[in-house]
Write a protein that binds this ligand. Sequence first.
Ligand code: ASP
Length: 330
Amino acid sequence: MRSSETTIDTGNYALVIHGGAGTILKERMTSKKEAAYKAALTQALQAGYDILKKGGNSLDAVEAAVIVMEDSPLFNAGKGSVFTNEGKNEMDAAIMDGKSLMAGSVASVTTIKNPIIAAKTVMLKSPHVMMIGAGAEKFAKEQGLNIVDPSYFYTKERWEQLQNAKEKDKIQLDHTDSIKSHSFLKQPENHDYKYGTVGACALDIHGNLAAATSTGGMTNKRFGRVGDAPIIGAGTYANNNSCAVSCTGWGEFFIRNVVAHDVAALVEYKGLNLKDAAEEVVMKKVPALGGDGGLIAIDRKGNIAMPFNTAGMYRGYVKKDGQIVVEIYK
Ligand code: ASP
């Protein structure tokens, strides 16, 4: 049976989002900052919920939620993205429709205000799934998307994070010339590291799932590095036969574990429930290789999972009753 033929009108709907996982410790958070994160997560959930409540589709809901977080300087996506080794912002994003299995993604873009809109445009307006760099930017411009000067993405906090990461690299390189000692490849213990990627997964009233992820990648990344977020099946995946998944964490490990698709495969082929499938991958498989992070997932019954193996993960959900729940720590 084609997945497009499996659509049922369940009448149930829900949305789950994340704003990144990492070393997010309560003792290092100010109450002002915590309130700002909670307000931004609430706003993102509300934007997606408003669409779902009106009978809108999950694809539009996840896009709307991600746009709010891309526009907020608090998250590592759109405005507020982390800096590359060369001091640039290079962003990745992906979106996937669980009904048609259509997907779109962009990687290494530097001038598109909302990379998630570009990903959706690639999916809907091109014959392709993934477009990168200058080509993706040219396409976005042709499609009338909002193009900004790269300086739009700058925030002082992310710039300082880059200087700290470079300083750590320098100290480590003074002691060894092994590339493996770079802070980008090996996050030191007690390093105040936050991934900060954003994502959303939704079930709409028509029984359809969708997932979206957007990120600036990892601080101090280099050489045209692309993470898991724009790679369908690694950081982002949706399939009405199983679930929708959006990941955050150390992208290299999420690519190697094909995390988002692995969760869906455990649900579809092994019959695991969503929570067990998500935990199997995040709590066992990713750490077994040495990676860390978390994910959000939702299935067609509206079950939600939000596992993470880091100190915290900005996250939240809203179900049909409209009650918004946001959480940060364990
Ligand atoms: N997964 C992202 C990447 O590796 C980073 C993050 O989640 O913040 O590009």
